[in-house]
Design a protein around this ligand. Structure first.
Ligand SMILES: [Zn+2]
Length: 130
């Protein structure tokens, strides 16, 4: 346990990815709560949805999860990250499209302004446990 705390601390001070680190802790917390609520003890797999506009760097999140999982319920879990592409609806012509970023123009009418429908999420999609 002490080891894992030290590792966490080192990962925290040495990395630029404090954002991903706190997300990883949050994911662990969500998983622990779900496991408790469902009376299971082993998490075999964790599937995360990470949208392309979520601002999460996948590799930073993966290494953050790696650094916190020792001694936790996620220690032996396979962690899969599902990348969710961006989908938006144009505020002007109502056409649905896949923007490259959150300030793209609509490919149909070339106007700016859209409602993001998918791609900004970060969530725990599935917890496979027993
Ligand atoms: Zn449009």
């Amino acid at each position: 346990m002490i080891c894992s705390v030290v590792r966490c601390y080192l990962a925290f001070v040495n990395s630029d990815s404090m954002h991903e680190f706190s997300l990883a802790l949050n994911i662990l917390e969500i998983t622990e709560e779900a496991v408790k609520a469902n009376h299971v003890t082993i998490v075999n797999e964790l599937v995360l949805d990470v949208g392309v506009f979520s601002g999460v760097e996948i590799s930073a999140l993966e290494s953050a999860l790696d650094s916190i999982k020792q001694g936790t319920i996620l220690e032996k879990s396979k962690i899969s990250i599902n990348i969710i592409p961006g989908i938006a609806i144009c505020n002007h012509c109502k056409q649905q499209f896949a923007p490259e970023d959150t300030y793209s123009a609509c490919p149909n009418c070339n106007n700016f302004g859209m409602e993001i429908k998918a791609g900004s999420e970060l969530k725990v999609r599935t917890i496979v446990a027993e």
